[in-house]
Structure formats: C-alpha cells, structure tokens
Design a protein around this ligand. Sequence first.
Ligand code: SAM
Ligand code: SF4
Length: 358
Amino acid sequence: MINHILNKNTLSKTDIISLLKANKEDTIKLFKKAYDVKIKTVGNKVYFRGLVEFSNICEKDCLYCGIRKSNTNFEKYNLSDKEIIEAAKFAYKEDYGSLVLQSGELKSEYFTNRITTLLKGIKEISNNELGITISLGEQTEKTYKKWFDAGAHRYLLRIESSNKDLYYKIHPQNKKHNFEERIECLKSLKKVGYQTGTGIMIGLPFQTYEDLANDLLFMKELDIDMCGMGPYIEHEDTPLFKFKDELMPLKERFTLTLKMIAVLRLIMPNINIAAATALQAIDPLGREKAMKIGANIIMPNITPGMYRDDYSLYQNKPCTDEEASDCKNCLEARITIAGSEIGYNEWGDSLHFKNKLL
Ligand code: SAM
Ligand code: SF4
C-alpha cells in the first residue's frame, strides 16, 4: 500500500493522511523516499540563515505564544541597532551567507522606518553579500515593498493553521488576528516579489490529520517558495496551556513533524524547507534528523546570548545559554555527521522561486 502511494505522481488528501498515519516500517520508507527526492532536486547542501530574534515586544496575543502581549511574566527586550548590526557582521564574518530578522509584531511608521534603515545597514556592512529573510508579521503591502526595496528578499509568515475554525481556536477573535488578512498578506508578499515562506504548528490542540493534510495542500495551492513548520510546544503562561492533557505526546508531535516535512518534500520537491528550532527542543538531534528527511535550511541562533532566555515562545527552547560562536561549532559537526554539506557564503535561494522566474 505505502509503495503504491509513494510511487504516485500526485498525492491526494487521502494519500497524504495515510502517509501521516504510517506505521514505523512505512515511515522509514516515506523518509527514505523524501530524502532521495531532496538529494535529486535541491541536493545535499544545507544553507545557514543566522537568526536574530531582535525583540520580544509584540502587539498581538496569539493564544499559544509565550511572548504574547498579555503575558507579563517575562522581561521585554529590544536590541539596539548597533547590536543588530553586530550580529549581522558576525554572520557575514562567519560566512553564513544569509540572515533572518525576526521579532514580535509591531505596526508603526517608526518600526517600518527602523527596519528599512537596518536592512540598508546590513547590506552596506556586508558589501551587499548577505541575503536577508525577514519575519515581522502582518504589515501593509506598502511596508512589505519598502523593506523589499531596502534589501530583504525572503519573507516568512506562517499561516499557523489553514483551517479557519482552528485558526480562531488558537487566536483571539478580533481584528488584530484575522485569518483572511493573514492570507492576504501572503499574497501581497508574493506580489511584491519576495520568496515567500509559510508554515504551521504541528500537534496543536483540536488539530486533526485532515487539517494537516489540508495545510500541505494549502501550501501547494499557494505555490510557496519556502516552508518553516515545527511542533507546537505548550507554554504555561499562555491560554492554550489548559489543553495540555489533550495533546499528543511530544515524541509523537516530533515524528509527525518529520512526516509533514517528508510529505511536503514529495509534493513540492524544489522548495526550501527549514529544520525548525522547536524540533531541537524535543530531540537534541531534531534538526539533523529533519535534514535526513527533506529539510535543507537551518537557522542557527545568533541573537546575543543574554537575550535568548527572553525570546521564550515555548518552554525548553534550546541553546538559550550559548553564544553564537558555540552554536556554529556545534552545528557544523552535527551537520557533517548527518551527511550534509554546508553551503557557506551562499544565499541558497529557493530553487522553486528561481524556476518560476525562468
Ligand atoms: N511575530 C511574527 C509572527 O507571528 O509571524 C514572527 C515571530 S513568531 C514568534 C514566529 C513563529 O513562532 C510563529 O509563526 C509561531 O508559529 C511560532 N510559535 C509561537 N509560539 C509557539 C509555540 N508555543 N510552539 C511552537 N511554535 C510557536
Ligand atoms: Fe506575537 Fe508572533 Fe507570538 Fe503571535 S506568534 S504573539 S504575532 S510573536
């Protein structure tokens, strides 16, 4: 049965659900097939995106997130422009090739201008050589364009769940958390010209296998260029924590995330897929395992160590007590052990995106 599905050219929703529910033996076949497809399409290289989580200040109140506005149980921080530029210099000096700027969501003219200046600054200190991905939430198309013109060329905006009902179970029902608006933002990003990435959380309360299959088909339908999806990890200071006893065990969420990555690699063979940091919160070798299945992007945290504890989206976030250079050494060894090669000094753009331009 599994061989029959794996040999198909197009996977239906039912096929995807069967793959997500595969037993141990079939899962090994799925993983092997996905890895083969990865090697054949995007190759053996893994690309770095130095991740700078520059501020945990957020205007939104997503019910799952540890840095939501209504949580007062953590220290707020906002890196100075100088600290952000220093982090970018580190990424450049270490040949990372690219950088990701991520933060809580803020919408203001001041924030838009600050990011614009920072993007130009990063391009300047790196001789235009560092590629820049940003993940700064929902903004107007005008803002997206301004940031694109300033040098950002990839954008990550997870849809979190493509099921509208589930979306509203994990977000407050108000204007600031509007499902349709999030989809519109993804469309604006594509229109502006970004390599556009989305993703979801896996193992959310109320989430079904059908939801997950629909999420993958949503990504295909939207024709995304990149994906970053990871396990949902509960945080005790969030409203969603009350459902903790109804969740699938962490280990199962981990395996299900790997299966989602594998299936996505089958249905969208040439996109970039990130090995989410949340995988490592469950299994110390989580990201390396994801690379053995289909992921080809890794985002080493280069936020200055003293701030890392406070970007606590979920509990047990890995490497919060390390400095960026420790992260690099440890990752390099582990990636090599996992049999991949690191694409130092390369942007590692989405092949899917490049092919669309041909
Ligand atoms: N604020 C921006 C946004 O929401 O798009 C970017 C930063 S936000 C912290 C990045 C991602 O963290 C979200 O898209 C969400 O999927 C993930 N995240 C938040 N809380 C999480 C949790 N408890 N478990 C796993 N991932 C979580
Ligand atoms: Fe803010 Fe992003 Fe967390 Fe939502 S997921 S509360 S927008 S940081």
